[in-house]
Write a protein that binds this ligand. Structure first.
Ligand code: MG
Length: 376
């Protein structure tokens, strides 16, 4: 059996603001209509798509390839009917009728409706009403309404094509949706499980909600950092904010805290904000001998100002000496303190390089670090 989808996009709805009809406004970087069309294109259970548009929107819909366009009518019913008539010669058995303003429809809902049509002439997603329902008059509760048989209707509403076409042709008065037209014509409609995410965009707040759903809701960034400092004269090194007595010191423009530098660069990296050198140029004498926590605090503040939370840090120090193990707990706690993180989110560990290479020859210390940043 072949299945077509009719996406009804002829409305003038401007209640959501922005001047354009809502289907042509963008949400999460793309137009509402593009998200909706792609949801149906992505379904292996939909064979063809008809987009019903308003004639005034040519500038908007011309750019959409590979689907059939039908012109809408004066009412929603008329627009749907035009979409159904456009399929008259296409030999489709099932048709799904969907509001363009529901761009978050999932492949699962589409599939559930298509499947339900194997056994039913009509099928549509809905959610059982779970809130208590009142009747009211002039801001006063006037009574309670039994909710036990009440559902909130969604789309796509699916039907056997020949039956819904006939029902639409015979319809004499306006209907709020296609299920109403089907019921009037005596067609059975099965309820399939809808989803809260399958919202209809109506208000500006709905755009925000849809943006979160379509954008995945969470922005997760990974950054890495790598740094090396060479040994020189001295009697201690500073690693991840902890002073460790050693027979050599680390050379560098600042305090040469190689571990903290790698972590700082990982945080900048997660935001695509370059590295320490970009924000604190070594050519500037101001940073000579600087405490490296200035750099780290800057990176952390930048992350916070961009709305990110640092989720975790993992740093590996690479050296033969000094031994890191005895100091790693102090390092974790110091780094956690600077970044505002619990110590179970700060990992500081060490390895030797089996006496190979510059770290193996004890010429310096290297550090690599990874940072995860999360924005919800
Ligand atoms: Mg450095």
């Amino acid at each position: 059996m072949t299945t077509a989808a009719i996406i009804v996009a002829a409305g003038r709805g401007k209640r959501a603001g922005g001047g354009l009809p809502k289907q042509w406004r963008t949400v999460s970087g793309r137009r509402v209509a593009d998200w909706t069309i792609d949801a149906f294109r992505a379904s292996p259970h939909v064979d063809q798509i008809v987009l019903v548009v308003h004639p005034d929107d040519a500038e908007q819909y011309q750019s959409i390839d590979n689907l059939r366009i039908a012109l809408g009518g004066a009412t929603r019913d008329e627009s749907v009917r035009n979409g159904l008539e456009a399929l008259a010669n296409s030999a489709c058995d099932k048709v799904l009728i969907h509001d363009v303003a529901r761009p978050c429809v999932s492949g699962d809902i589409i599939l559930d409706v298509v499947r339900a049509l194997d056994d039913s002439i009509g099928a549509a997603p809905a959610l059982a009403v779970t809130d208590a329902l009142w009747t009211g008059k002039s801001d006063r509760v006037s009574g309670l309404q039994d909710r036990s048989h009440l559902y909130r209707a969604q789309t796509p509403q699916g039907f056997r094509y020949a039956d819904i076409l006939r029902a639409h042709r015979d319809s004499k008065s306006p209907a709020s949706d296609d299920v109403e037209i089907a019921l009037r014509a005596g067609l059975d409609v099965t309820i399939v499980e809808g989803h809260e995410n399958n919202l209809k965009i109506t208000t500006p707040e709905d755009f925000e909600r849809a943006g979160k759903i379509l954008g995945g809701g969470m922005d997760i960034r990974l950054g890495n950092g790598y740094d090396v400092h060479r040994f020189g004269d001295g009697d201690h090194v500073i690693l991840c904010g902890v002073k460790i007595p050693h027979d050599r010191g680390l050379q560098g423009h600042s305090d040469a805290d190689v571990g903290m530098h790698a972590i700082t660069d990982a945080i900048y990296g997660a935001m695509a904000e370059g590295d320490i050198g970009r924000h604190f140029p070594p050519s500037d004498p101001k940073w000579k001998g600087a405490d490296s926590q200035i750099f780290l605090r800057h990176a952390v503040e930048m992350a916070v100002s961009k709305g990110f939370k640092i989720s975790n840090i993992d740093c590996t120090l690479i050296c033969e000496n000094p031994k890191i193990g005895p100091h790693s707990a102090a390092m974790q706690s110091r780094m956690g303190e600077i970044m505002g993180l619990q110590t179970d989110r700060v990992s500081i560990k060490a390895t030797t390089s089996e006496r190979l290479g510059f770290t193996g020859r004890k010429e310096g210390i290297a550090a690599i670090a990874t940072a995860t940043l999360v924005k919800e």
